[in-house]
Design a protein around this ligand. Structure first.
Ligand code: 8YV
Length: 307
């Protein structure tokens, strides 16, 4: 029996999951040698462009190791009848946990305090500026999907009041709805960005939203960089229009603009929201299960955009 070929644009983690992929499939890495390949494995960050799809005439399935499909050309995939599978749910808690961590790090100046000690300032003259309590604040969730709802559950469980903005009000939701980001920002201090990336959400958090958030406000972005206008954010931080920010995602990863590197009280993380061993293993398992299902002519476990 011939072993099906797969084009892998990235490895699965931990390594044993890539080993399993290699054991079960003939894994190639070079897209120029993949004309007969039916399945491509990619990540949320890498996605798959029209040009890449054009190099893959036999493509039937795009298996995304992640939930973001903003970098996949979905219109082209739809046009060609190519299925897309993602890894929903299994990463929600890890990303929510990261969002909480960034809020705590910014509010309580944790990263700044670490630098303060290492630079010798504690032992010298300096004093670290006071932080702000985080759990006593009102939280706003911008994007009430799987990750946003998981984060809302966590925050509510810690006694916080939670508000949310989504495309429409969710009947029966335990949190209060605000129809637009400015209204949400006005009524909260911690603004958590969990909306999907893409053209619809580009610049959703702009100067007006940041002004509405106010001088006690903290913005946390664990979604996609472009959802927040980064120049407006840096300006709001510089001018004290908001208190702090925690960012796990950026416009042009892995490059971070100097205005964000230099912005005060801006905690940075290298896109690691889902990057725990447990979560990456669960994501990889789902990727493998989806690929297995495709080759066995079974329905995908987690197809994107169906139902
Ligand atoms: C990962 C993500 O960076 O799920 C996503 O869309 O951005 C992250 O979980 C990525 O896809 C890792 O494979």
């Amino acid at each position: 029996m011939t072993v099906p070929r797969i084009l892998a644009l990235a490895d699965l983690k931990p390594q044993e999951m890539t080993d399993r992929l290699i054991t079960n499939y003939d894994v190639i890495r070079d897209i120029s040698a993949a004309a007969d390949v039916e399945v491509v494995l990619t990540t949320g960050g890498l996605g798959l462009s029209v040009a890449q799809m054009a190099a893959l005439p036999a493509l039937r399935l795009i298996a995304v190791n992640g939930v973001g499909v903003d970098a996949v050309d979905l219109a082209e995939a739809r046009r060609r009848g190519i299925k897309v599978a993602t890894t929903p749910d299994v990463l929600s808690l890890a990303v929510a946990e990261m969002a909480l961590g960034l809020a705590l790090a910014a509010g309580r100046r944790i990263a700044e305090g670490d630098r303060f000690i290492r630079s010798g300032s504690w032992a010298g003259e300096g004093k670290l500026a006071l932080g702000m309590s985080v759990l006593e604040r009102r939280a706003g969730i911008l994007g009430y999907g799987r990750i946003g709802c998981k984060l809302a559950d966590l925050l509510r469980g810690m006694g916080m009041e939670v508000l949310y903005t989504a495309r429409s009000e969710r009947p029966g939701a335990p949190d209060a709805y605000r129809p637009d980001p400015v209204g949400l920002a006005r009524d909260c201090d911690l603004l958590f960005v969990t909306a999907a990336g893409g053209a619809d959400t580009r610049g959703l958090v702009d100067a007006e939203v940041l002004t509405a958030l106010g001088p006690q406000g903290i913005v946390v972005n664990v979604a996609r960089g472009p959802v927040v206008d980064s120049a407006a954010l840096a300006h709001a931080l510089q001018s004290g229009r908001i208190a702090g920010a925690g960012l796990d995602v950026f416009d042009d990863e892995p490059n971070v603009p100097s205005f964000l590197l230099e912005a005060p009280n801006c905690v940075l993380a290298p896109h690691v929201g889902s990057a725990t061993t447990e979560t990456r293993r669960a994501m990889a398992q789902l990727v493998l299960d989806n690929i297995d299902a495709y080759f066995a002519n079974r329905p995908l476990l987690t197809p994107y955009g169906e139902g």
